[in-house]
Design a binder for this molecule. Structure first.
Ligand code: 13P
Ligand code: SF4
Length: 316
């Protein structure tokens, strides 16, 4: 059995030998974040994959993210160290189910969150992330019916902000769905000086807005942000204490980039087992044995690129 240090030096050796780029999502285990060339949110990582000169990408994140990287970079080869790295939210709808749902609303347009398979994106009109979902919905003419897929919490948050009557698919992420308003109220009471950062996939995001509206939690301290948004906000904020309501893996990167600031998870059990499945031995195996390639069939990739490019036109 090798030590972490031995794995790290072997990974560096094989990374060089393969000419590979290692990408890690903000929720990966600290050892994977520390060895990656880039750490970021799902979209930032796909962009990095596309603009890097390396032809071989090892994507340490979940499968739909690696698919997005493959869609963005058709001339590159994308590997994921463990094919079991799924996503409960992406698994909540498949292409067949979306086609069935669309058939009920033939005049509607489909806005799809990035946490979906390439096949689901290929059936969609617009793609969105948690940071641009409002801009994407606002860009669609007011008289158009909109089907929002698949996260019901992000959907209800976007509906509230835009005032649009979205038809929302009842999907959810098991990690974010467990957050309750009581968690927020008690943690903010215990840390009255802290700012509160919440991912819009959280189960209480619309309740959270009620709490803000009622003055139960202060509006100026509450920030609804994607993981990339959390990284940016904490860097520029003058505050030193933050309560973070998303997968706990992000705390490592927040602390690393802001060593003088303090970050506490809202709940320490907000852990995504799919993200944690990737380990140093699996990353090394991926580099040595060139496993496991993530391929998106050409016709699906071409169709999936359309809603993604529409999103980029609306918000860069
Ligand atoms: P971000 O795109 O904000 O990194 O989120 C991805 C994700 O899986 C949230 O659970
Ligand atoms: Fe999917 Fe939730 Fe894990 Fe994010 S935290 S990858 S949405 S299961």
């Amino acid at each position: 059995m090798k030590t972490d240090q031995e794995y790290i030096s072997e990974i560096k050796k094989w990374k060089k030998k393969r000419g590979a780029l290692i990408l890690a999502h903000n929720y990966q285990i600290p050892a994977i974040q520390d060895i990656a060339d880039f750490v970021g949110d799902s979209l930032e990582l796909s962009r990095q994959a596309a603009k890097s000169s390396e032809k071989l990408i090892v994507f340490c994140g979940v499968h739909f993210m690696a698919e997005s990287a493959a869609i963005f970079s058709p001339e590159k080869t994308v590997f994921i160290p463990d094919l079991g790295a799924g996503c409960s939210l992406a698994a909540s709808i498949d292409a067949q189910e979306l086609r069935r749902w669309k058939a009920k609303y033939p005049n509607a347009v489909v806005v799809t969150y990035v946490n979906t398979t390439a096949e689901v994106k290929a059936e969609s009109d617009y793609c969105c992330t948690s940071s641009n979902a409002i801009a994407v919905v606002n860009s669609i003419p007011k008289d158009k019916q909109i089907l929002f897929v698949p996260d019901m919490f992000l959907g209800s948050y976007v509906a509230k902000i835009t005032g649009r009557d979205l038809i929302i698919y009842p999907g959810e992420c098991h990690v974010h769905a467990r957050v309750r308003p009581e968690d927020i109220l008690s943690k903010m009471k215990a840390q009255p000086d802290a700012d509160f950062l919440i991912h819009p996939e959280c189960g209480c995001v619309s309740n959270c807005m009620h709490l803000v509206a009622n003055g139960d939690i202060p509006a100026e301290k509450t920030h609804i942000l994607s993981t990339g948004g959390m990284m940016k906000y904490t860097k520029i904020s003058k505050k030193s204490d933050f309560i973070v309501a998303t997968e706990t893996g992000i705390i490592h990167q927040l602390k690393k980039q802001n060593p003088k600031k303090n970050f506490a998870p809202l709940r320490s059990d907000m852990v995504c087992q799919f993200m944690k499945i990737i380990t140093l031995p699996k990353l090394l195996n991926s580099l040595i044995n060139l496993e496991f390639e993530v391929k998106v069939p050409k016709e699906i990739a071409e169709k999936a690129r359309v809603p993604i490019e529409r999103m980029f036109k609306i918000s860069n």
